[in-house]
Design a protein around this ligand. Structure first.
Ligand code: MGD
Ligand code: MGD
Ligand code: SF4
Ligand code: MO
Length: 755
């Protein structure tokens, strides 16, 4: 079902036709449109698709490396099983049989609570994880679950859940239309954005400035984004919450509160006023390093701007009070009249999703802590436990001790805090299964590795990110090449059958049918559905021509907000229509979400939810004394978390895994530019080359995240030539953001000494 425009090439004597394939880059949240030229089974060229209405030709240096990733000799193309310490390539049947043998024995002896799943970032970038991950989890029936959300955005889920009752509706700054953007702890010039799908985010910031808008960046480092901003404020890591509370305080004290379009739907304003009163700018300046006059001025600018958007990301979330920071951002957007407003904060309206705004306000609200973890009693949030509590669940004996882990696109030994501790615990497991293309720091400890096909060998739709776009946009990417192995949906389906006890030889379409039937049944029953009460057989018959993932996609598009409702709206969206418009379809800017989309029990936007009030007491008791060095991370445009350093074009050139040290600190520490330094935290130490630079504020050092490829057993040979060091040896799992379970990855107390 591949859409290709074929043209015969006159220049080439070999007479193999060149083909052009249009698809979305699945590597980061920007979701850029790509134009891929192939000749036979070779990729000739990858460039930005200028006719993609959302990304308009933008591409970063990673986008074209889908070719190198596809061709990487280290990428596994068949399952491997470890026998007597050696990797042996096996058939898919043998791989699933091996898992079945080990898993059944384990469950018989220790029960289902001895196994869990750990899901990593790439799951949100592929249809396998998005559509069949849930089926696997249900089949696994483990009382626990760990995902990369608790090293990332869980604070934003929690506040979205508490404030407007929908944990998966992220507030999106309308960058294309705003006149003032206050950005904290994000560096889209490197990351291309997160919880905000905005291809060419840097270019869009330029245009914001060109049309007279103002960009203010708050970051302990002079990131590339900070450098280009109209104003950059350096802040002591981990103190954003204090500064944001001061902004709120000024807006109340100066009587600048304006609730704008949501004025009739806000509760808790008086509570916010009284609790912010404890944080006038003078009281937070010493901790944050931002003087009171500047804070007052920014608060007034924010309130006065015709449209404004406050945006906080990794740097504000992966800290001890990440959820309070996230909440304070939501409060600021609300009390400056920018919530649910064009040019302010908008909400996604993905074509495969429902229109929330047409319902009455109110809902079941957001519940957390419905159960807790075994060792530390950490509350579940969105069904998950904090990854910072994973190691202890493997280490501490007793009923429910974790003995089996399924790593679904996750590399915890590089991406989770205190990773050396995890590394040791992984070696004690009775069963470790990794769905991963590489033998890396985590999967080297696996008993079985199941490799997914390359990104070019799979079809793609951005279920996760269509809702983070400021326009409603849909695009389908058929596979460029046929998979050389099992597609990820089928890997997950077969794994689901194995762990459900149906066996390695069961027909995987059983798992798919379960997913499809559940989806269709739910929709047929739903009162507001376009297909409420329709004949199921007719619907199933219509879908049957497609492949598995396409059946689910076609269904969701057709019952979604622009869908054809299986004939109810003949002009509406179907998968076939998307295939016929391979650059993607732009349905225009997102429209207002509230009040219909408010899903709290009260039907109000709850600015002062009880869990936040409780956590503010924890904040009041916290120690923000400023002595000692702290470590923050950073990303580079040519990286992608913990796995893309095996692409030579992305790692060549200047050494990038350096410890950045401010000249003032370098002097007192006695470290030299280019020399090595030992960086030591409570939990571990690493040694890295020093880069002396004004790009970090005094008192702060920075080491990038995602490196460390030189340990035994890691089979990533290009990465090994520039291995770098793993910054998560230093991050501490003892402290975490209690309200969301999120790990603390920034603001780590460290000592630095010359090596
Ligand atoms: N110190 C520090 N730690 C951090 C962060 C930080 O800023 N600082 N950032 C955190 C954040 S935001 C995140 S999201 C996490 C990311 O960390 P992880 O969730 O571990 O995700 P990745 O490193 O992107 O990839 C994980 C694994 O997926 C594999 N993979 C790649 N593509 C596919 C695929 O299509 N299918 C499958 N099955 N596997 C695939 C890769 O080989 C890799 O082994 O790290 C977190 N850790
Ligand atoms: N090239 C590339 N792109 C990526 C990724 C990648 O690894 N490489 N990863 C993807 C993923 S999974 C994610 S989640 C996104 C993340 O995207 P972003 O949220 O933009 O993350 P970073 O680029 O790490 O930028 C975080 C910034 O926070 C700053 N910071 C650290 N501590 C604090 C603090 O306490 N307060 C404040 N105000 N700032 C602080 C850091 O100096 C850094 O500049 O990027 C995605 N895109
Ligand atoms: S910014 Fe780069 S990695 Fe991200 S989607 Fe676009 S091309 Fe791919
Ligand atoms: Mo992330």
């Amino acid at each position: 079902m591949s859409d290709t425009t074929t043209s015969s090439s006159t220049a080439d004597p070999t007479d193999v036709a060149t083909e052009t394939h249009l698809r979305t880059c699945p590597l980061c949240e920007a979701c850029c449109g790509l134009e891929i030229t192939t000749k036979g089974d070779q990729v000739v060229r990858i460039r930005g698709d200028r006719s993609d209405p959302y990304s308009q030709g933008y591409i970063c240096p990673k986008g074209s490396t889908l070719k190198q990733l596809h061709e990487d000799p280290d990428r596994l193309t068949a399952p491997v099983v470890k026998r007597d310490g050696e990797w042996v390539e096996v058939s898919w049947d043998e791989a699933f049989q091996e898992i079945e043998r080990r898993f059944d024995a384990l469950v018989k002896e220790h029960g289902r609570s001895s196994a869990t799943a750990v899901m990593g970032n790439p799951n949100v970038h592929n249809m396998g994880g998005q559509l069949y991950g849930g089926a696997f989890l249900r089949a696994l029936a483990s009382p626990s679950l760990y995902t990369a959300s608790t090293v990332d955005q869980m604070p934003k889920h929690v506040t979205a859940g508490l404030v407007w009752g929908d944990a998966d509706s992220f507030p999106l700054p309308d960058v294309d239309n705003t006149s003032y953007m206050l950005m904290l702890g994000a560096n889209p010039h490197a990351s291309n954005g997160s919880l905000l799908t905005l291809p060419d985010f840097p270019g869009r910031l330029d245009r914001l400035q060109e049309r007279g808008g103002r960009l203010v960046v708050v970051d302990p480092r002079v990131s590339r984004t900070a450098e280009r901003a109209d104003e950059h404020l350096t802040i002591r890591p981990g103190t954003d919450v204090l500064w944001l509370l001061s902004l709120i305080e000024v807006i109340f004290t100066d009587d600048l509160v304006d609730l704008g379009l949501v004025a009739d739907h806000v509760a808790g304003l008086d509570e916010v006023r009284s609790l912010a009163a404890a944080y006038p700018p003078e009281t937070t300046a010493a901790a944050t390093g931002i003087d009171a006059d500047t804070t007052r001025r920014i608060a007034r600018e924010l309130a006065a701007a015709p449209t404004a958007a406050v945006y906080g990301r990794i740097g504000t979330h992966t800290v001890e009070f990440g959820t309070l920071s996230s909440w304070a951002v939501d409060v600021l957007n609300t009390i400056t009249g920018n919530l649910d407003k064009p040019g302010g904060i908008v909400f996604g309206a993905g074509p495969a999703s429902k229109d929330q705004s047409v319902r009455e306000p109110g809902g079941r609200g957001f519940k957390m802590g419905r159960w807790s973890s075994r060792v530390s009693s950490a509350p579940e949030i969105k069904g998950e436990f904090p990854v910072a509590r994973l190691a202890e669940e493997m280490e501490v004996p007793g009923e429910g001790q974790l003995r089996a882990l399924f790593l679904l696109a996750c590399n915890p030994v590089r991406s989770f805090p205190n990773s050396d501790r995890l590394d040791k615990a992984f070696q004690e497991l009775d069963l470790l299964v990794a769905i991963d293309p590489y033998i890396n720091a985590s999967s080297r400890h696996a008993h079985v590795i199941l490799p997914p096909p390359s990104a070019l060998e799979r079809s793609h739709y951005d279920f996760a990110f269509e809702g983070s776009m400021i326009r409603s946009f849909a695009k389908y990417s058929p596979a460029v090449f046929a998979p050389d192995g099992l597609d990820e949906p089928e890997i997950l389906a077969r794994l689901a059958l194995v762990v459900s006890g149906m066996g390695a030889d069961a027909d995987p379409s059983l798992a798919h049918e379960q997913v499809l039937n559940a989806l269709v049944d739910r929709e047929l029953k739903a009162e507001h559905s376009l297909i409420h009460g329709r004949d199921k057989d007719e619907i199933m018959e219509t879908l049957s021509a497609w492949s598995w993932a396409e059946q689910l996609l076609d269904f969701r598009l057709r019952v979604g907000r622009f869908g054809d409702g299986f004939g109810a709206n003949p002009e509406g969206l179907t998968l076939q229509r998307l295939i016929d418009e391979p650059h993607g379809i732009d349905f225009g800017p997102v429209t207002r979400r509230f009040p219909g989309g408010i899903r709290t029990e009260s039907g109000k936007i709850e600015l002062a939810p009880q869990p936040v009030l409780n956590d503010l007491e924890r904040l009041a008791a916290a120690d923000f004394s400023t002595d000692g060095l702290v470590l923050v991370g950073r990303r580079h445009l040519r990286s992608c978390n913990t796995w893309m350093h095996n692409v030579n074009v992305l790692i060549k050139g200047r050494e990038r895994c350096t410890l950045q040290v401010n000249p003032v600190d370098a002097e007192s520490l006695g470290v030299t530019d280019g020399g090595n330094a030992v960086i030591r935290s409570r939990v571990g130490e690493v040694s890295a080359p020093v880069e002396i630079t004004d790009a970090v504020m005094a008192g702060v050092v920075s080491l990038p995240f995602g490196w460390g490829y030189d340990e035994p057993g890691i089979e990533m040979h290009t990465a090994r030539t520039r291995p770098g060091v793993n910054s998560n040896v230093l991050t501490d799992d003892a402290t975490y953001d209690l309200l969301s379970g999120n790990a603390v990855l920034n603001g780590i107390a460290v000592d630095v000494i010359p090596a």
